[in-house]
Design a protein. Structure first.
Length: 133
């Protein structure tokens, strides 16, 4: 009986270890009224994110993330996922010391189609809808 209880407790405890929680892909965190998923992905790539799906083989440092994030914000996108995680702060409100966070708005790069078409994502998936000119 004692063994049965131990097995039951271990079994119940281990079920939590094997639950798979799906990760949200990066583009789903960004929102803009009326923007389709493809528009969000295009904007991410044009603002310098290497992959709209999330972590890439091309890592970004915090300053690059801040610059890309500000580009997205300047184009009307809001990173709702980050706001939820940070308690309502933007990336630059969390990291105001970063050089990209100190730039005036007119020094934030605009979206660039060439960045999108030459992105690591589009080089790997040239037939993707968002990688079309």
């Amino acid at each position: 009986m004692k063994r049965l209880l131990i097995i039951a407790f271990v079994s119940i405890g281990m079920t939590g270890c094997f639950r798979q929680t799906p990760h949200t892909v990066a583009y789903k965190s960004w929102q803009k009224p009326g923007a389709s998923e493809d528009e969000v992905k295009r904007a991410q790539l044009e603002c310098g994110y290497p992959n709209p799906l999330g972590p890439s083989s091309v890592p970004m440092d915090d300053n690059s993330i801040a610059l890309s994030s500000r580009c997205m914000n300047n184009n009307g996108f809001i990173n709702m996922g980050y706001l939820k995680l940070s308690g309502g702060k933007t990336f630059c409100e969390d990291y105001p010391h970063l050089p990209a966070c100190q730039l005036p708005l007119d020094h934030i790069p605009d979206r660039d189609v060439a960045k999108r078409l030459n992105s690591p994502f589009c080089k790997e998936f040239p037939q993707a809808t968002v990688c079309q000119p």
